[in-house]
Design a protein around this ligand. Structure first.
Ligand code: PEP
Ligand code: MN
Length: 338
């Protein structure tokens, strides 16, 4: 249920409702909008709560939340959420760009990439230190040494650092170095991991599972939000279909669809979404045109020699060209690259 407060409801009245919701055995999420405050009451209803809350002072209305996800829904929070970390921002008009290699490979590789992508307008550096590889024989990442190099690159450039965390046990370690914790497609439904990143205090980039529906994806986001972490970004990275001309199928319609359903920012990953570097520039531009709140793009100083995903990585010049095109499209639709 959503308890919609009167426009001029006092802090005491809002606090009183939050307490009443908790007394009813439900969880209270207070969301302060520009127009008015709402208190979302989440949990299993036993009946009678609606009437009981509707008569409290300062309450304008009590309405059921129709979507199966609650805190993530536009019904609960009509205004878009902007997630910002250091100089990076995504949502509410800001288009944030995260760029960098698939895997951190060396100091030289990550620091030169950080400098280059910053120069081209990225505000966050991506790079995997713990890599979820399909084969156990593939490069698994530099682990903590990789995290240290990401932190060094942040120190050199001021870019926010985005990196994947693969297990509950490693959340504390990764959170020590990262600004944004990435949950990979393979872990989208690892619910204990979602709860752990929810409690980490760090912003989260939640990638869509390759065979997850939008509803399953939003319910996964709900696990993170329910830990009291409002800084969740959804990342469309493509789904598995019968089609083989691209690595995955990148459904850009999910961007405007999600904007109808959720206030959370939507990031697009055209690198994993297509699996071909020659498709990445156009799909980046298309994602911005479709209303994406950000992009995450694989960029490598020498894609040919990359230890992972070189075939879908841009070099510095290709990334710079792509950014210039994206900036023009963003401006044309009243947004800005951040
Ligand atoms: C990645 O970002 O390098 C990655 C492994 O992505 P995904 O989880 O979307 O496959
Ligand atoms: Mn990759």
């Amino acid at each position: 249920m959503i308890v919609v407060m009167e426009k001029n409801a006092t802090e005491d009245q809002i606090e009183h409702i939050a307490q009443r919701v908790q007394q009813l055995g439900l969880r209270a999420h207070v969301i302060r909008g520009t127009e008015r405050t709402v208190v979302a009451a989440i949990g299993d209803k036993r009946g009678g709560e609606r009437e009981s809350l509707a008569s409290s002072p300062g309450v304008s209305d009590v309405v059921p939340i129709l979507a199966p996800y609650k805190v993530a829904s536009r019904e609960v929070k009509p205004e878009p959420t902007c997630v910002s970390v250091l100089g990076f921002a995504a949502g509410a008009g800001a288009v944030g760009v995260m760029a960098g290699p698939c895997s951190v490979e060396s100091e030289e590789q990550i620091v030169t990439t950080a400098r280059a992508v910053k120069q081209s307008g990225a505000t966050a550096l991506r790079g995997g230190a713990f890599k979820p590889r399909t084969s156990p024989y593939s490069f698994q990442g530099m682990k903590e040494d990789g995290l240290k190099l990401m932190a060094l690159a942040r120190q050199e450039t001021g870019l926010a650092v985005v990196t994947e965390v693969m297990s509950t046990e490693e959340v504390e370690l990764v959170a020590k170095y990262a600004d944004v914790l990435q949950i990979g497609a393979r872990n989208m439904q690892n619910y204990r991991l979602l709860e752990a990143v929810g409690g980490s205090g760090k912003a989260v980039l939640l990638k869509r599972g390759a065979s997850a529906t939008v509803e399953e994806w939003l319910l996964a986001a709900e696990y993170i939000l329910n830990e009291g972490n409002p800084n969740v970004m959804l990342c469309e990275r493509g789904i598995r279909t019968f089609e083989t001309h691209t690595r995955f199928t990148l459904p850009l319609a999910s961007v405007p669809y999600l904007h109808r359903k959720t206030h959370l920012p939507v990031i697009v990953d055209p690198s994993h979404g297509t699996g071909h570097s020659y498709l990445v520039p156009d799909m980046s531009v298309a994602a911005v045109a479709a209303g994406a709140d950000g992009l995450i793009i694989e960029v490598h100083p020498s894609p040919e020699t990359a230890m992972s995903d070189g075939y879908q990585s841009l070099d510095f010049q290709q990334f710079d060209d792509t950014m210039q095109r994206c900036a023009k499209v963003a401006a044309a639709i009243g947004k800005h690259l951040h």
